[in-house]
Design a protein around this ligand. Structure first.
Ligand code: SF4
Ligand code: SF4
Length: 330
């Protein structure tokens, strides 16, 4: 568990998104936690992968050192870690050990050319934000979704937050990759109304290539989630050239039918969209699928339709193309 300087339990959060409609039913507030146990090559939230606070750099927002220089003035190291190009525009940061407890340059930058991914929040701080939209949750059957990164890496804090949501009568959803010890998942899931997870590939070696880890633990945890009686949505981001082949979709359908008894709320086949590339730039990291050109819309739409037809007609599973369709949680 992380703590604030005052000793209060805290969660390290990279983003709080209001009015989301894709990750659980109704209108939701979504809290993204820092740190992940996988590193998927198409991740659109790369700021959540490595745990801890980190810089995001947006050089095109920099006003210029000659005109501004607030970051340098704020820096206890005289601006040594801050990098500027020949025109005096911010071009990067080479963080010093002192940066980890500082981030004053980001606080003082008037144009947000420097930002920090990851802030510590206490439960009351998060609840203050969550409660602002309580009436929307009530009207739409929505609530709060804890996502990431991998929220279960901060399981103790997630439990405190879920307890606070339940005390306010707010619905809860956990979105997890499930590459965690079952004990963490079980305790948190006990307080979750809905669980969303992914099956990215049924072949463990292929799964390791696209996520950094095999799929055995994930599949075992999915079985245990269903045995626990949890409402479960499974997702497969369908990326042509990586996991979109019919054989893999059929293998996944067989797993859901045979090992889970078909006991899921929905299986959503999601189209891959090249998203989050500007975040990789801000982190000064290469985007793993930089050279990958997604097929035209007609191609992936036709492919998703074909795959959902196969799953519906041959396996009888509640499959959906995309995440816009209403979830039946009865
Ligand atoms: S985080 Fe602090 S020490 Fe590091 S560059 Fe920014 S102001 Fe300087
Ligand atoms: S404070 Fe921000 S805008 Fe000003 S020079 Fe530094 S990075 Fe550029």
């Amino acid at each position: 568990m992380l703590y604030t300087k005052n000793g209060e339990p805290a969660g390290l959060v990279t983003n709080i998104q209001k009015y989301t409609i894709h990750d659980g039913p109704g209108i939701r507030t979504e809290v993204f936690f820092s740190g992940c146990s996988l590193a998927c090559i198409w991740c659109s939230n790369p700021e959540t992968i490595a745990p801890g606070r980190k810089f995001g750099i947006y050089p095109n927002k920099c006003i210029g050192r000659d005109k501004c220089s607030w970051c340098v003035k704020a820096c206890p190291l005289g601006g040594a870690p801050l990098l500027f190009d020949g025109e005096g525009m911010l071009s990067g940061i080479a963080p010093a050990p002192e940066c980890a407890d500082c981030y004053r340059c980001a606080e003082d930058c008037p144009s947000r050319a420097i930002k920090v991914w990851g802030e510590l929040y206490t439960v009351p701080e998060l609840m203050e934000i969550i409660l602002q939209d309580k009436s929307f949750y009530a009207r739409t059957g929505g609530g709060v979704t804890l996502s990431g990164g991998e929220v279960l890496l901060q399981a103790e804090f997630a439990l405190l937050l879920l307890e606070a949501c339940h005390a306010e009568g707010i619905g809860t959803c956990i979105e997890s990759a499930l590459f965690v010890p079952w004990e963490s998942a079980e305790r948190v899931f006990a307080l979750a109304d809905l669980v969303i997870t992914d099956i990215k590939h049924m072949d463990s070696a292929a799964h390791e290539k696209i996520t950094g880890a095999g799929n055995e633990l994930i599949l075992e945890n999915i079985k245990k989630t269903v045995q626990m009686g949890k409402k479960l949505v499974i997702r497969t981001p369908v990326v042509i050239g990586y996991n979109a082949e019919e054989q893999n979709i059929r293998a996944t359908a067989e797993f859901i039918r045979e090992e889970l008894g078909g006991n899921i709320v929905a299986w959503q086949l999601l189209p891959y969209r090249k998203m989050g590339t500007e975040k990789y730039d801000s982190l000064m990291q290469p985007y793993p699928l930089e050279d990958y050109t997604p097929p035209e819309r007609e191609e992936w739409e036709a492919n998703l339709r074909r795959l959902t037809d196969i799953v519906q007609t041959e396996y009888g599973l509640p499959v959906m193309a995309g995440s816009s369709e209403k979830l039946n949680l009865e």
